[in-house]
Each structure stands twice: as C-alpha cells, then as structure tokens.
Design a protein around this ligand. Structure first.
Ligand code: SF4
Length: 213
C-alpha cells in the first residue's frame, strides 16, 4: 500500500481501537494472518471449548484450521454429516463455550459492531453466553459510523453472503439490497453492539489486510 494511504488507514485503525476501548471492548491490531493466529493463541487456552459464527474471515485467516487442530474442543458446525438437529445443538452449546469466534459485517470508527443475521445464532452468542467473543475483522470492515455500516451491509456484505449461500433473493441476482421480503432472505436480525457491560468480554482483532465481506 502507498505510504500516504497507509497513514490514513493507520489513523482510522487508531480511532477505531481507541473507541472500542472506550466502549469496554478490548482491541488489538495485527498485520497479517500469521500474527492473527499468534494473537488468538494468546487469548485462548488449549482444551478450551470453542465455537464459531458463520464467517469467511475465519476461513481466510487460517483460524478455522487452527480450531480444528485438535488442541481445542471445537463445536464444529461445518463438520460433514451433521444433521439439522446436530447443528441446532451446536448453536445452543455455543452459548457455554469458553470462546466464540466471529467476524463482523462492519465495525465503526466510533467503536461499534454492526451485524445482520438471518438465523440469529451468531448475534445471540455475541450478545450473551460465551465467556469471550473474539471478533476478527479485516481493515475493509471499518466504516465511519452506523449509517455507513448499514450501507455496507446492504451494498456489500449481505449480497455477497446471499450469493455465497446460493439464496433465491434479489440481492443475489442484482448485487445490492432491495429490502426484500423473500422467504430465503438472510437479513432478519439487525444488531448494533455499542458498548459492553462485561468489560473486555468482546475482543476485537483488526488485521491489516482485507478479509471476508
Ligand atoms: S433484505 Fe433481502 S435483498 Fe436485502 S440484502 Fe437481505 S436478503 Fe438481500
């Protein structure tokens, strides 16, 4: 990245981290995939029960492979052969995990996390249950404020996820949100985490590269 653009990005990350701290969320910056894996290993212990919300970032950074290494009790919702009932049980068991991993659809410079779910299991676990929530975001997820977060979801995150999941929704065909009421819509719970009462339960790792949608 050009050094002047790097400067702008650094300042944006600095503001975001400062405000996350102000909102009782712990924040870290790491430069790449290797560093994010090292940071995660500092934040959890071998033998911990861990779980994940749906996230491309967790696959792209190598965190999924790390959780599958056998060092952790991984409630793996993607394990081949799971029945619908098995997956529902994993969602429920995730509430008592030691650590829950997810990304965020957007993170604002005001230190807020914005997420839209179609099933609610991910945002529910972010809000309450697991001892720790570890949110991993690429720099592409940082936006100025809640308005930009909502736009980001409508213009990028939700259409890309609907396409990935092969949903029969307008956004999966057009590439932007039409605020549909399709039976297959993936946007049903709109959640803004503005602050935490349980200080540092949510830990945000900002990675200095682009990941996920
Ligand atoms: S509300 Fe419908 S059209 Fe809009 S992003 Fe969600 S699924 Fe797509």
């Amino acid at each position: 990245m050009d050094k002047n653009l790097s400067f702008v990005m650094e300042k944006k990350v600095e503001r975001t981290m400062k405000n996350l701290h102000k909102n009782n969320m712990e924040a870290f910056y790491v430069k790449d995939e290797k560093a994010v894996l090292e940071k995660v290993q500092e934040l959890i212990n071998e033998g911990d029960t861990v779980s994940v919300g749906g996230s491309m970032t967790l696959f792209e950074t190598g965190i999924m492979d790390m959780l599958r290494s056998g060092k952790y009790k991984f409630l793996d919702r993607y394990k081949p052969g799971l029945t619908k009932e098995d997956i529902i049980k994993i969602y429920r068991d995730s509430f008592s995990a030691n650590a829950y991993f997810t990304s965020s659809n957007a993170i604002t410079e005001n230190g807020e996390l914005y997420n839209v779910d179609g099933n609610g299991n991910r945002v529910a676990a972010m809000l309450y249950g697991p001892d720790k929530v570890i949110v991993v975001v690429g720099i592409n997820k940082i936006v100025k404020d809640v308005n930009e977060a909502v736009e980001r979801n409508k213009r990028i995150a939700a259409p890309a996820n609907a396409k990935r999941l092969d949903k029969n929704t307008p956004c999966a065909a057009l590439g932007y949100c039409t605020e549909c009421n399709s039976p297959e819509k993936i946007c049903r719970e709109y959640v803004l985490i503005a602050s935490q009462g349980n200080k540092d339960r949510i830990k945000v790792i900002i990675v200095g590269k682009e990941f996920g949608y």
